[in-house]
Write a protein that binds this ligand. Structure first.
Ligand SMILES: CC(C)(COP(=O)(O)OP(=O)(O)OC[C@H]1O[C@@H](n2cnc3c(N)ncnc32)[C@H](O)[C@@H]1OP(=O)(O)O)[C@@H](O)C(=O)NCCC(=O)NCCS
Length: 433
């Protein structure tokens, strides 16, 4: 067993104590009546209740979201204002695209390391059923002019300038602001550049569904999910609804490519779906956990972020972050018992796996040796975002909880997680037990 020499400041280490999430539901389905704030509140309330924490034990709440509410942009503060937490709890919101919950977790961990907090809740939420629909510039200008008009006539005159095209609403696109490329187009590009054939992507997607179904069926994933009773019918939702136990390779092969209809390989079947959900973890200083008599699930050993040009290979930066996180942990891939890799697209996971085993990417990451070939038997052992779903702001906390729980179940010592994110960003973290 390797010695603990993880992330520590003045002898303080950060323990991951517990984690929970709502069911993850395909956008527009069973959780559509709940906003991200409501999903986050339900999740955090359940987490505090299940852990038995006193409301005064929690010092800090950090939450991530990618598509924030225009009316309440600091989701963390709104989530923190539940009866289960003291009103004096500090709360701030972070955004790092699909790694937002990871950013929340590492920011909270840093606060604990600094001694500014002893106990924090960190996670994220997303409701892709409730994305803000925007007005066009012309419509907005006319409304502002009308609201400033001094007379009824002037108001009518301002509104009379509107043309039918001004009334067309604008929905947020999952596209890079700098390049205009959508995530799916980036996934297509990565499949081509890294030579990832359609069949390999479909087989990986099938694996994701099979393993997620097995984890749900035997209760390992179910144990991480709290039931939710969404209005207006208040019927319980207690399982992810994107996992397809009936998916077959034949069905996956039949699906038409979505983002490059002619020559593409990325389909609805080998992409993560648009999803609603929330997830959160409790972090504590080692001393606080000991004082409360809590046995931590794991400790944070190291983490790293990386970024590359979004115009290059948008979802490849985990390949740059993972070697740095491993080096900071003083470990190599051979020491790692389990790997959790966020699955935005099968083509991205398979590209990332190729990159981790490549000399060229190792050189770019500034390390001498590539990380190596990830043993598939240790990778996403209960499936991943392709099957389970991907509420952008929440996924990082889901992966953290799953990695820690499964590591404990298997009696493993070290776990590695990676998350790719829009903007060409990537995240990696090593946890230890
Ligand atoms: C890919 C995407 C456009 C597909 O959206 P969609 O068309 O609404 O997807 P659907 O769930 O309706 O699936 C389309 C079809 O594929 C089928 N399908 C999807 N997954 C399947 C599977 N695993 N097995 C068999 N069939 C499957 C569906 O049954 C459906 O068939 P139907 O049209 O006969 O009903 C959407 O999920 C998306 O944008 N994903 C990417 C999200 C993203 O960019 N995330 C950022 C990552 S960081």
């Amino acid at each position: 067993m390797l010695q603990a020499s993880g992330l520590a400041v003045n002898g303080r280490r950060v323990a991951i104590v517990a984690g929970i999430r709502t069911p993850f539901a395909r956008a527009g389905t069973v959780l559509r009546s709940l906003s991200a704030i409501e999903l986050g509140r339900l999740c955090v309330a359940e987490l505090v209740q299940r852990s038995g924490l006193d409301r005064n034990d929690v010092d800090l709440l950090v939450f991530g979201t990618v598509v924030p509410s225009v009316q309440a942009p600091n989701i963390a503060r709104e989530v923190s204002l539940i009866p289960h937490l003291a009103k004096g709890v500090q709360a701030f919101t972070v955004s790092r695209a699909c790694a937002s919950a990871n950013q929340a977790i590492t920011d909270a961990a840093d606060q604990i390391l600094l001694g500014h907090a002893d106990c924090a809740i960190a996670g994220g939420a997303e409701s892709l059923s409730n994305v803000p629909i925007l007005h066009s510039r012309g419509f907005a200008d006319a409304l502002v002019a009308a609201s400033r008009a001094k007379s009824l006539g002037a108001r009518v005159q301002a509104l009379a300038k509107l043309r039918p095209r001004d009334l067309v609403p604008i929905t947020p696109a999952i596209a890079e602001p700098t390049t205009g490329e959508t995530m799916g187009e980036s996934a297509e590009k990565m499949a081509k550049l890294n030579h990832v054939p359609r069949e390999e992507q479909d087989q990986f997607a099938l694996r994701s569904h099979r393993l997620a179904h097995a984890g749900t069926h035997d209760g390992r994933l179910t144990a991480e999910i709290m039931p939710v009773w969404p209005p207006p019918r208040f019927e319980p939702v207690s399982a992810d609804n994107g996992i397809r136990e009936d998916s077959t390779i034949e069905k996956l092969r039949e699906l038409r490519p979505v983002f490059d209809r002619r020559y593409g390989t990325v389909t609805a079947g080998n992409s993560s779906p648009l999803t609603d959900g929330a997830a959160a973890v409790i972090l504590m200083s080692e001393e606080k956990a000991r004082a409360l008599g809590i046995e931590p699930l794991a400790y944070i050993r190291s983490y790293a972020y990386a970024a590359l040009d979004p115009a290059e290979q948008l979802l490849m930066a985990p390949v740059l972050a993972a070697p740095v996180a491993l080096a900071r942990a003083g470990l190599s891939l051979g020491d790692i018992d389990l790997v959790e890799m966020h699955e935005a697209f099968a083509s991205q996971v398979l590209s990332n796996l190729r990159g981790l085993d490549s000399d060229a990417w190792a050189a770019r990451a500034g390390v001498r040796q590539p990380v190596g070939e990830v043993d598939r038997a240790r990778l996403n052992v209960m499936g991943g975002s392709i099957a389970i779903g991907h509420p952008f702001g929440a996924t990082g906390a889901r992966i953290t909880t799953t990695l820690c729980n499964e590591l404990a179940r298997r009696g493993g010592q070290f776990g590695l997680m990676t998350v790719c994110a829009a903007g060409g960003m990537g995240f990696a973290m090593v946890v230890e037990r």
